[in-house]
Design a protein. Structure first.
Length: 86
């Protein structure tokens, strides 16, 4: 509002990813390989992780997490989220 912009009143929900109260999910099957490649591109960071850190294996980490989440939402790799009305 300092720049003369008015608040937009159209926001009705907030989507919170990773919430323990998730009741919705997005199927990420089509983007899973791209996500793995994007995480793997952070090679310097991943190499600095201890070998027992699950994220050290980018493909295994994402596939395991998204498959586990997806088990609650139709059995496909998915990102869960909670919708909060505002």
């Amino acid at each position: 509002m300092e720049e003369g912009h008015e608040p937009w009143p159209g926001v009705r929900w907030l989507a919170v990813g990773g919430s323990p109260a998730s009741t919705y999910a997005v199927d990420v099957t089509d983007g899973l390989e791209a996500g793995i490649e994007a995480l793997a591109a952070h090679a310097g960071y991943l190499a600095s992780l201890p070998p027992d850190n699950p994220m050290a294996d980018a493909a295994g980490y994402l596939t395991t997490k998204l498959t586990r989440f997806g088990a609650r939402f139709g059995g496909v790799p998915a990102l869960p989220f909670e919708i909060i009305g505002i």
